[in-house]
Design a protein around this ligand. Structure first.
Ligand code: ATP
Length: 277
């Protein structure tokens, strides 16, 4: 019988439960960091390809280095492959061997549970598990036999920009914006090195959006976290990203800094940027 952990989750709820089913793993060793031009590289993506079961190309030879401790935005028209690329990075689908390296190691060689603890993920719509906010935050560590203290839970809430008084509130009583921050605290409870975010603020009002953006910047600055965010909002990417990957039709057509987005050369990319502004 195949291991349940390697089956592809089909819904965001399954995926979120999947990602939280983690084991204790070694913290990454700074000495293992890849360096290029003096910059530390977290992920190396090499000729990453995905073809659908019907033979339609979804990703076409993606090549990019994701720097450590930076916020990287992925933007592009609908259906261009942004989520597919993101989901390869913690094996929500299995990229071919030799195409995705984390700290220099092929992620196909890593234990999938350890990988998903190191590379946490937040989805567009948060799903709260049964119980209180504290139960939700304790969920991941508890699976590895670790019970977070009340103090640790409250610190995680604060880190996610939530008032610690939410501790005992029912998960189902939260607004979407509050639930998204609890989902973030729940992901952070696993002490990831990398955060993957798939349109995490598209269902949120501007204030909740700002709370999440502030929190991401804080995680980058205080913890050196590597953050990769798919967003439809070019303005959001310009506010928070250090580097922007622009995708069109399954191809990574430009890698730019946010202030140079207008220099994109691909005609479809130019049209997308023009219409999005
Ligand atoms: N498992 C799959 N099987 C077949 N086709 C798929 C699969 N996953 C994605 N696709 C197709 O691959 C293309 C890219 O999808 P993806 O969700 O990565 O795009 P996206 O850029 O994130 O889009 P959006 O901005 O609308 O979320 C789409 O045409 C989609 O229908």
């Amino acid at each position: 019988m195949p291991s349940p952990i390697l089956e592809s989750p089909t819904t965001d709820l399954e995926a979120q439960e999947h990602l939280l089913a983690v084991e204790a793993a070694e913290q990454s060793d700074d000495n293992d960091d890849r360096k290029k031009g003096g910059k530390k590289i977290k992920f190396e993506i090499r000729d990453l390809v995905r073809v659908s079961d019907a033979g339609v190309p979804i990703l076409n030879k993606i090549n990019v280095d994701i720097p450590k401790g930076k916020i990287v935005g992925i933007i592009g028209p609908s259906g261009s492959g942004k989520s597919t690329m993101l989901r390869a990075l913690n094996r929500l689908w299995e990229p071919p061997s030799g195409t995705v390296f984390l700290d220099g190691e092929d992620i196909r060689q890593l234990d999938v549970l350890s990988l998903r603890r190191k590379v946490g993920m937040l989805f567009q719509l948060p799903v709260m598990f049964e119980g209180t906010v504290a139960d939700n935050i304790r969920y991941g560590p508890q699976l590895r036999g670790k019970k977070l203290t009340d103090d640790e839970v409250q610190k995680l809430l604060t880190l996610a920009d939530m008032d610690p008084s939410f501790f005992s509130r029912g998960g189902s009583e939260l607004s979407v914006g509050q639930a998204q921050r609890v989902a973030l605290a729940r992901t952070l409870a696993n002490e990831p090195d990398v955060l993957l975010l798939d349109e995490p603020t598209s269902a949120l009002d501007p204030i909740s959006t700002q709370n999440i953006e502030d929190c991401l910047e804080k995680l980058k600055k205080t913890r050196g976290m590597t953050i990769i965010i798919v967003s439809h909002s070019i303005k959001q990417i310009q506010r928070i990203a250090d580097m922007v990957c622009l995708m069109v039709n399954g191809e990574l057509v430009e890698v730019l800094t946010p202030d140079r987005l207008s220099e994109a050369k691909h005609p479809m990319a130019q049209k997308f940027l023009e219409l999005s502004n």
